[in-house]
Design a protein around this ligand. Sequence first.
Ligand SMILES: Nc1ncnc2c1ncn2[C@@H]1O[C@H](COP(=O)(O)OP(=O)(O)O)[C@@H](O)[C@H]1O
Ligand SMILES: [Mg+2]
Length: 220
Amino acid sequence: MIDIKDVTKTYHGTGQPVTAVRNARFSLSSGEFASIVGHSGSGKSTLISMIGGILRPDSGTVTVDGENIWTYPDDRLANLRNSRFAFVYQFASLIPTLTIEENVLLPTIFGGTAVLADAERLLEMVGLKDKIKRYPSELSGGEQQRVAIARAFINDPAIVLADEPTGDLDEETEADIIRFFERFNSDKRTTIIMVTHNSDLAARASRRFRMKAGIIEERS
Ligand SMILES: Nc1ncnc2c1ncn2[C@@H]1O[C@H](COP(=O)(O)OP(=O)(O)O)[C@@H](O)[C@H]1O
Ligand SMILES: [Mg+2]
């Protein structure tokens, strides 16, 4: 359901041009859990952004459900990002003036059919049922990231793109967070692509990739 073919991106900054991603090519079936590891600067975030419809590749195709998303007009691409994709980043970026459950419901203002009960159910899945009326500042970093995961799943996305979602957490919390991703992956058959620095966690994914200087390859 995701087919990446010859995706390339070069940044033209002030100095030498940098080819951040070179001829990336792989396919994932629906419901697969893919991990991507690689040193800082190897192109992981650039690749994730191009798959997620955020950053336009210089060349190549990103095909989701049979269509190259980069042929879509902007409004259709925006709609796809909100309805079919979800993103989790290193920092949860919750809205401080909204409660936890309001934060989880936030993506539904741009579309989707989820209601408060869905937000509560997702928060229960990440073990935060007793904190739904709290504000982000009352939660630990790990708890805030669990809210971000619940929020990512509110519109029942087909693909979740997670860019170092545990990068700011201690090891134990990191393992918890990964367990939640694994649970959503198996319960909802959501395709997940996760960039992580933790090789033990990466090894648990069903598909394992490594990026090195812009080149992605699958590991056995
Ligand atoms: N907006 C940008 N402009 C210029 N160069 C960039 C930009 N974003 C990333 N790069 C460069 O592209 C390369 C890959 O970056 P990135 O995709 O962020 O890697 P990673 O996520 O693996 O750390 C790096 O050399 C980085 O400096
Ligand atoms: Mg990165």
